[in-house]
Design a protein around this ligand. Structure first.
Ligand code: NAI
Ligand code: F6P
Length: 382
């Protein structure tokens, strides 16, 4: 079985690639990082090491790689032959890989599924839209019959790597890969470790608005407090308390919306906070807080739960508003999105920046709370 996986980065190698190998696939990674592509082809294997006391290692074999910038035709050929196509490149990159996927799919007559493994609601659906923009109506009709784009929720903390062995990836032991089985075309790909679900929405919202909201809070609050890593941020009782309070807010709306068992959800929150504090992982706040414009978007981990909370419960979520404010204040000079947010606030004013990045409107109580929290952080810190 051949899997073509776009993005040989942390999640690509450390999570998806390792499950594909363990399930018997040959994996052809596609990336634009020539150093990683060359190394994968030179070694033909890499190590995945668990970030716990065991330091257990898995040697992932049966891998090769293609550089989509220099060898696009080979990528198209690989997609034409693949039994499964996956991606973990980041939401903003999905439009850039859609052209090659479209070309590869045009060359096929047999069914295949394409799964985007990104931190977002509807990643594969977005990829499908981008692929469909690049083909004719007749091709779209043909793809409808033989290409599935099931959405997915992926959960495994894989920090930036600083190992001497550039292919090695240290990963947390926990993982969850939930895929929408209702959108599969043909047989389900036999990947051990996928949890097939017939309603992904509760999974993706619970995960995005707990794991990713919580992580973002630790990162943005940590940045304000001068912490370099998530572990450092969580050494502060104030940040720990704010993190717990934020997850109580997202928890309240999730339990109300989906009817999750409250005690079970609280245990889920506790487990996640424990995962953030894993002493075997050193995770920079700048990685977890990366791309604040994406994270401030109306459908993402801060504004979506805040808006849904306000709508569903009729109250303004104070800690989520504080989290949005902290994201707006994230001024890491090496993150282009953070720079753009800061420039927008300076040039156009805070109100205009909030509307532009969060799509919240000035008359909304949540908007006003964000402004208050922003001013409070500026004056008093986190
Ligand atoms: N790292 C983590 O703990 C988790 C990450 N995710 C999601 O997985 C996705 C990837 O994240 P990471 O692996 O952390 O990022 P990463 O930066 O380590 O990996 C992304 C890879 O995509 C490659 N890439 C960029 N443009 C490309 C293109 N046009 N064609 C092919 N490859 C391209 C990059 O060179 C890089 O190797 C993101 O959506 C992220 O939200 C989800 C769960 C956990
Ligand atoms: O990959 P993103 O969406 O930029 O955000 C980083 C998030 O992804 C993770 O890497 C894993 O879910 C978390 O560490 C963090 O919440």
């Amino acid at each position: 079985m051949l899997a073509v996986h776009f993005g040989a980065g942390n999640i690509g190698r450390g999570f998806i690639g390792s499950l594909l190998y363990q399930s018997g696939y040959e994996t052809c990674f596609v990336d634009v990082n020539s150093e990683i592509v060359d190394l994968i082809n030179e070694k033909g294997e890499y190590r995945v090491v668990l970030a716990d006391a065991s330091h257990e290692e898995l040697l992932v074999k049966n891998v090769r790689a293609l550089n989509s910038a220099s060898d696009p035709d080979k990528v198209v050929d690989a997609i034409a032959k693949a039994d499964l196509v996956t991606a973990a490149v980041g939401p903003n990159i999905l439009p850039h890989i859609s052209g090659l996927i479209a070309e590869g799919l045009k060359k096929r007559t047999t069914p295949v599924n394409v799964i985007a493994c990104e931190n977002m609601v509807g990643g594969s659906t977005l990829l499908k839209e981008k692929v469909y923009e690049k083909v004719t109506e007749a091709e779209r009709a043909a793809f409808d019959k033989r290409v599935g784009f099931p959405d997915a929720a992926v959960d495994r903390i894989v920090p930036n790597q600083s190992n001497e062995d550039k292919l090695m990836v240290t990963v947390e032991p926990f993982y969850e890969w939930a895929v929408d089985e209702t959108k599969i075309i043909g047989d389900k790909p036999p990947v051990d470790g996928i949890t097939w679900v017939n309603d992904l929405k509760p999974y993706i919202e619970r995960k995005l608005f707990t794991v990713n909201t919580g992580h973002a809070v630790a990162a943005y609050f940590g940045w304000q407090a001068g912490a370099r890593t998530i572990n450092e941020a969580l050494e502060s009782d104030k940040i720990k308390q704010a993190l717990a309070a934020t997850l109580q807010e997202t928890g309240r709306f999730l339990v109300t919306k989906y009817g999750f068992d409250e005690a079970g959800h609280n245990a889920y929150i506790e487990k996640i906070i424990g995962r953030f504090a894993n002493p075997y992982i050193s995770d920079e706040v700048t990685r977890v807080g990366r791309s604040p414009i994406r994270k401030l978007g109306g459908n993402d981990r801060l504004v979506s739960p805040a808006s849904q909370y306000a709508k569903l419960l009729g109250e303004t979520p104070v800690y989520l508003a504080k989290s949005i404010a902290a994201a707006l204040l994230y001024d890491y000079a090496q993150d282009p999105e953070a720079v753009e947010v800061q420039e927008t606030v300076q040039q156009d004013g805070l109100a205009s920046a909030i509307t532009r990045f969060t799509q919240l409107q000035e008359e909304q109580p949540l908007f006003k709370e964000v402004v208050m929290q922003y001013e409070d952080i500026q004056k008093n810190g986190i």
